[in-house]
Ligand binder design. Structure first.
Ligand code: PEP
Length: 255
């Protein structure tokens, strides 16, 4: 396990109002004050980043964004938000290649452009990869490998060390059950092996691999311990303040 452990909350398009968002964020901030071995990042919708943000003396909650424009220069890019703008808001992490974004049209090439924009700006990318189905023949391993290769095309060895991989099997996102921890372990080893083939064993040993897909405070311990991942990417449970706070405590308590 690479330390500190990392828990990332992907709020998706939730909650409905800024007042609710601020309430959830402030409860999480208070809970992070006591953490010793875990970094916690929340990724609210863009409109709520500023109201929820603020690195403070009394908490350790960090800010992330759910996506970013591949364009790095200001200009005629209606609807886009750049890495510089996110950085100015106090954002330190950016999710790229989430399956819900890929479903809306993000190709591997687009994911790779977003990834490069994040790396160039000095922010930390959380690169999501994951198979649609887990077939018995193991073809899903090939598709994971291709996703990593295509998303990380033209990335230098130096930059590769800064990438966090979030392995999120698409069939386990928004589902009733997470993937089995034993299978998570096996797949995270495979991800590290692909990274090692691309960027060398040293880089591969340093990168963090997170698991995402129906994580709750109830299954977080086994996923971390048996799945041997470096952290978690949490969707629905991350906007449920009591559940998320319990989850980060569980993770922090793991030696
Ligand atoms: C996600 O959207 O990244 C995710 C993991 O969602 P959930 O935890 O709700 O399955």
């Amino acid at each position: 396990m690479n330390h500190p452990k990392l828990v990332v909350g992907n709020w998706k398009m939730n909650p409905a109002t800024v007042a609710e968002a601020k309430k959830i964020a402030s409860r999480i901030k208070i809970a992070t004050a006591k953490l010793e071995h875990t970094d916690v990042v929340i990724c609210p919708p863009l409109a709520f980043i500023a109201p929820c943000s603020g690195r403070g003396k009394h908490h350790k909650m960090l800010m992330g964004a759910q996506t970013v424009s591949p364009e790095t220069e200001s200009g005629p890019h209606t609807g886009e938000v750049s890495v510089m703008m996110l950085r100015d808001l106090g954002v330190e992490y950016v999710i790229v290649g989430h399956s819900e974004q890929r479903k809306r049209g993000d190709t591997d090439e687009m994911v790779s452009r977003r990834l490069k924009a994040v790396l160039e700006s000095g922010l930390t990318p959380i690169l999501c990869i994951g198979e649609t189905v887990r077939d018995d023949s193991g073809a899903y391993l090939g598709s994971l490998k291709n996703q990593i290769k295509a998303s990380c095309a033209d990335i230098s060895y130096k930059d590769a060390k800064k990438i966090i991989i979030a392995y999120e099997p698409i069939w386990a996102i928004g589902a009733t059950e997470a993937m089995k921890p034993e299978d998570i372990y096996e797949t995270s080893l495979f991800v590290k092996k692909v990274f090692s083939d691309l960027f060398g064993a040293e880089t591969s040993s340093k990168i963090k691999v997170l698991y995402g897909g129906s994580v709750t405070f109830r299954n977080a311990h086994d996923i971390m311990v048996i799945g041997k991942v470096d952290g978690l990417l949490v969707g629905r449970e991350s906007v449920n303040a009591p559940g998320f706070i319990e989850l980060i405590k569980v993770v922090d308590g793991i030696k």
